[in-house]
Design a protein around this ligand. Sequence first.
Ligand code: TYC
Length: 107
Amino acid sequence: MMADAPGKTDDDTGVIQKTKPKTQKPPLYKVLLLNDDYTPMEFVVHVLERFFGMTHAQSFELMLVVHKKGVAVVGVFSHEVAETKVAQVMDFARRHQHPLQCTMEKE
Ligand code: TYC
C-alpha cells in the first residue's frame, strides 16, 4: 500500500501544500550594444563574432538591428560573464579608437 503524498489525507480533502523550491536560479543580465554614427559596421560585425560566438551572417544581421533601432540585446549571461563581455567589448573598441558602447542590465 502506498503512503499518501504530503498534505493528502485518506478522505481526499487534504490541505494543499506548496512545494518549496530547493534551489534558486541566479539572476541573468542582458548585454546591450548601442548604435553610434562613427564605429564602422565591419568592426561591430567582428566584435559580435569574436566575443559572442556568432557566425558572420548572424553578426551582420544583429549589427543591422542595432544600426536601425539604436540598441539590441546581444546576449544574456550570469553577472560575471556579462561583466566580462562588456569589458572585452569596451576595451577592444577603445584600443581601436571607436566610440562603440556596450552595457549590461538585469533581466
Ligand atoms: N551606425 C554605424 C555606422 O553607420 C554602425 C554601427 C552599428 C555602430 C552598430 C555601432 O553598435 C553599432 N557606421
